[in-house]
Write a protein that binds this ligand. Structure first.
Ligand SMILES: NC(=O)C1=CN([C@@H]2O[C@H](COP(=O)(O)OP(=O)(O)OC[C@H]3O[C@@H](n4cnc5c(N)ncnc54)[C@H](OP(=O)(O)O)[C@@H]3O)[C@@H](O)[C@H]2O)C=CC1
Ligand SMILES: O=C(O)C1=N[C@H](C(=O)O)C[C@H](O)C1
Length: 257
C-alpha cells in the first residue's frame, strides 16, 4: 500500500528476521495494513540500530532462539514495544524479560508461541479436555527447515495439559513401555510425550490425542500456509502499545482468559 493512501495515525513497525520465512510474510502483512507503516526490515544484529533510527514503535521478531533475547533486551532499552514469535522463550527467559521491563515500565513485550487462531484454540481445548482422560500425547509436524524440536507450540501445549492434569489430581500418564529404542516414545515435556515429525511439504501441524478406556479424542490443527499467522501477528502489534509489561500468549487478546 502506498504511503499516500495510509492515514497519519499509523503505527511505525520494524521487523527483525525480515528475510526469513515468517519475517518476509510479516513485512508484507504490515505493509498491507492501513494502520501500520513498515519503517525498518532488518536481517540481523548489525542492523538493529536502524530499528530505533527509523522510529519504530513496535518491533516484530521472528529470528532464532540464540539471539532473540538480545533483540528483546535491545528493544526494551530503546523503549520499543516488542512482539516475539521466535521459539525458545521458557520460564527462565520470561523472568529475565520481566526483570528488564522493571526498568522500563512503560514498555510492552508479547511472546506468542503460535499466532494461528486454530493453534491457540487447540491448546485451550486440550487443557479443557485433559482432566477427563487417562492419558494424552502430542504429535507435531513441521517443515523440514525447522531447527528446533519439539516445537514451541507443542511445549506450551504440553505444559498446559500437564498443569491441567496436576490441578485435577491426575498422576503420571500410564506407560507400560519397558523396552524402548532411544526416542521411540518421543520427548517428555511436563510428563507428556511429544513426537516431532519433520518433512518437506509440511508447514505447521499439531495433533493432541487424548485416550481413556474404549475412546480417544483427537484435537488437530493445520497451518497450511504462513498467512495463517498474520491476523494474530497484526492483532498483537496493535495491542502491545497499550499493554506494558510481559504478555504471554494470545488468549487474553482474544478474550479467552
Ligand atoms: N509464533 C509463531 O506463530 C511462529 C513462530 N515461528 C518461529 O519463528 C522463528 C523463525 O522461523 P522462520 O521464519 O521459519 O525461520 P527462518 O530461518 O526462515 O528465518 C529466521 C530469520 O532469522 C534471522 N536470524 C537467524 N540467526 C540470526 C542471528 N544470529 N541474528 C539475527 N538474525 C538471525 C535470519 O536472518 P538472515 O536472513 O539474515 O540470515 C532469518 O531471516 C522460529 O523460532 C520459529 O519457530 C515460526 C512460525 C510461526
Ligand atoms: O518453525 C515454525 O514453522 C513454527 N514454529 C512455531 C513453533 O515452534 O511452535 C510455531 C509454528 O508451529 C510454526
Amino acid at each position: 500500500m502506498s504511503d499516500e493512501t495510509k492515514s497519519n495515525e499509523v503505527l511505525r513497525v520494524g521487523v527483525i528476521g525480515a528475510r526469513g520465512r515468517m519475517g518476509s510474510q510479516v513485512c508484507q502483512a504490515v505493509d498491507a495494513a492501513d494502520d501500520m507503516d513498515l519503517v525498518a526490515a532488518v536481517g540481523g544484529r548489525e542492523w538493529l540500530f536502524s530499528l530505533s533510527d527509523a522510529g519504530s514503535q513496535v518491533v516484530v521478531d521472528f529470528t532464532h532462539p540464540d539471539v532473540v533475547m538480545d533483540h528483546i533486551r535491545f528493544c526494551i532499552d530503546q523503549g520499543i514495544h516488542t512482539v516475539v514469535g521466535t521459539s525458545g522463550i521458557g520460564d527462565e527467559q520470561a523472568e529475565q524479560i520481566r526483570h528488564w521491563l522493571a526498568l522500563k515500565p512503560e514498555v510492552g513485550v508479547m511472546v506468542v508461541p503460535n499466532f494461528a487462531i486454530g493453534a491457540v484454540l487447540t491448546a485451550r481445548f486440550a487443557r479443557q479436555a485433559a482432566r477427563f482422560f487417562e492419558s494424552a500425547e502430542i504429535i507435531e509436524r513441521h517443515h523440514a527447515g525447522k531447527i528446533d524440536a519439539p516445537s514451541g507450540t507443542a511445549i506450551a501445549t504440553a505444559r498446559g495439559i500437564g498443569a491441567a492434569r496436576a490441578a485435577a489430581g491426575l498422576g503420571a500418564v500410564p506407560d507400560a513401555t519397558t523396552i524402548e529404542a532411544p526416542g521411540a516414545r518421543g520427548n517428555l515435556v511436563e510428563g507428556i510425550h511429544v513426537h516431532s515429525v519433520r518433512l518437506p511439504g509440511l508447514v505447521a501441524h499439531q495433533e493432541v490425542v487424548l485416550g481413556s478406556t474404549g475412546e480417544t479424542l483427537t484435537i488437530r490443527h493445520d497451518s497450511l500456509h504462513r498467512s495463517s499467522f498474520m491476523p494474530g501477528v497484526l492483532t498483537a502489534v496493535r495491542a502491545i502499545v497499550d499493554r506494558p509489561g510481559l504478555t504471554l500468549g494470545l488468549e487474553q487478546l482474544l478474550g479467552l482468559d
